[in-house]
Design a protein around this ligand. Structure first.
Ligand code: 5RP
Length: 220
């Protein structure tokens, strides 16, 4: 199987977790695109979705799935999204698709985070994938220096502006042994919009696609 076929497989395996009649949160990325396509097969059985990016909104609408604004819902039973890396405790690096801020906002509304990944995303320690950080432009150099101070190398993601109009720094060289502490620390730095560490908003359940099937890991 190709990696894309594995992504489609794991995306389809998420469908049974979608409660009939519910509004669910939907993430962003190539794995989630497969999930949205699969969700379309049961679109009459759900009320709609809250989207984490303009790209996801467009894809949901192209299938006739109703998209609700975040301020139209108080809570969501489920948020389904991919990840760039996920550790055994459900902590994730996200933001490879530059949607990290809205992803964290929608995840914050949700009672459960269901992460769908192919096996290449499962790691023991986060940090091989460069950590995305959405920043206010005028603070980028200062934030990059702060990362140098903790052993990281920050590079501006060329040609990318988020749906919120901000640049992204990708931080290389961090071995993230305590994701919650690092997320908390980076959140204190002026000019940081969102760090792509999802420790406070970690996954509760992870479906991992492999060429031989889908593994389900219940984290909490
Ligand atoms: C987007 C994300 C994605 O979840 C992450 O990049 C994984 O994407 P893909 O499913 O395409 O591998 O965080 O901001």
């Amino acid at each position: 199987m190709t990696q894309d076929e594995i992504k489609a497989l794991v995306a389809k395996a998420a469908l049974p977790y979608v409660a009939p009649g519910s509004i669910l949160g939907v993430g962003t990325g190539s794995t989630v695109n497969h999930f949205i396509d699969a969700l379309a097969t049961m679109k009459d059985g759900i009320a709609g979705a809250v989207s984490s990016s303009n790209a996801t909104t467009a894809r949901l609408r192209s299938h006739g799935i109703k998209v609700f604004a975040t301020d139209e819902v108080e809570t969501l039973p489920l948020y389904v999204d991919g990840a760039d890396e996920i550790d055994p405790r459900g902590h994730m690096i996200k933001g490879g698709g530059a949607a990290l801020t809205r992803e964290k906002i929608v995840a914050d509304l949700a009672q459960r985070f269901l992460c769908i990944v192919d096996a290449s995303k499962r790691v023991e320690v986060l940090g091989r994938f460069p950590l995305p950080v959405e920043v206010i432009g005028m603070a980028a150099a200062q934030i990059a220096r702060r990362f140098e101070g903790i052993g990281g190398r920050a590079a501006l993601r060329e040609g990318v502006v988020t749906d919120n109009g901000h640049p992204i720094l990708d931080v290389h060289g961090l071995a993230i042994s305590d994701p919650l502490a690092l997320e908390t620390e980076i959140n204190q730095w002026p000019g940081v919009v969102t760090v792509g560490l999802f420790a406070r908003h970690k996954a509760h359940l992870c479906l991992t696609g492999t060429s031989t099937g889908v593994q389900t890991v219940l984290i909490s």
